[in-house]
Design a protein around this ligand. Sequence first.
Ligand SMILES: [Zn+2]
Ligand SMILES: [Zn+2]
Length: 436
Amino acid sequence: MEISFFGAAGEVGRSCIMISTNKTRVLLDAGVKFGKHEEYPQVEDNVAKKVDGIVLSHAHLDHSGYLPHIYSTGYGGDVYATKPTLELTTVLISDYMHLSAPQNVTKNGLKSFMAHYKAKEYQSEFSIGDMRFRLIPAGHILGSAMVHITDGRTSLLYTGDTNVAKTKLFDGADLKNINADTLITESTYGLATDVFQKEKDAAKLMIASIKDTLRQGGKVVVPSFAVGRAQEVLLLFDDYLNSGILPKVPIYIDGMINKAMRIHRHNVIYCRKELQSKILMSDYDPFKNKNFIAVESKAQRAKITNSDEASIIVTTSGMLSGGPVFYYLPRLAGNPVNKMIMVGYQAEGTLGRDIQEGARKIEIDHRPVELKMKVETYHLSAHADRPGLESIISKVNGLENVFIVHGEKSKSESLKEYAAKRFNANVPAIKSAYTV
Ligand SMILES: [Zn+2]
Ligand SMILES: [Zn+2]
């Protein structure tokens, strides 16, 4: 088997890996990279358009956003993923096309990619050419999968993005009985010091801080990815509202989060059993808490920012690269009583990362904005921390080779040091290829 790395090499973004045998070539993920400007995987169009299939680990655009481009160059094959991944990908890609209008994407390409969806259930095997595939729950977001591949001689596990910890939505990656001689693992939080407290403990601290702001009549802005963190945070709010710990203030939900919530509700069978029984076997639906209010118009946004009621606003985009958060921030940033709470990963080169690292004089839509509001970060991450990544590496049976991707260079290198003690470990460079 040959493995070629076209992206996510010493970076987070543009995940795209090609697995080939003599007869078959398959892409694992086809993502874009967001930062000050967009970057694409380093794969030639006429290589990508000739692959025999594309398998998606999950819907996030750093794994799926390059699909419309590949279909526009004439690729006519299928894209394989779980059903919720295909649905969420459609939502995220249509929003992305609308906001970014990337070059070289044709209307036909877009249509063609939706016509080639092949939904696959977790743990059921399927073939592409002479390779057999199996999707395994990855615990990262709705429908997210690790991909197991074998050609009869070599077997490989690609983690995609993964979380081994239990969250409100998922049980964590399913690492039981995995045999693979080669592992391609993410390393978003690969540093030896990336050790997170339990989600429960982080949530308690976050809620205490939010209560503090609400008590003073302030507004709390929670920038969030449309898929994943937003639902996790809203389920936490639902719990704390029901127990009376969080005061019953309006919780405004703005951006694609609302659409993604609907997809979560009708795919709840892919979530934890506890959440399934809540939604399917009782009248209570935590996604429909009475305090959740969908923001549907500009006038409504203006009303929210102009009023002096205490409230919480959960809105896209998670890394402050655009979206409705750009409406709220300039209007709320000047008041030191208000607070911004960051809960998701902030990639290098994004405004979210700059702010997390202390920037307080920023620009939004080319206008200067001074952040007088408080800014705090709580790790409710959808990614495995370092001990989680180590547990993945140690649980795969028969492992020989470890390739470390989807992490900033220092994080990937740190995890490599750990893996190299027992295995042949590499942090692949972009456009590099290996035979296993
Ligand atoms: Zn992801
Ligand atoms: Zn990712």
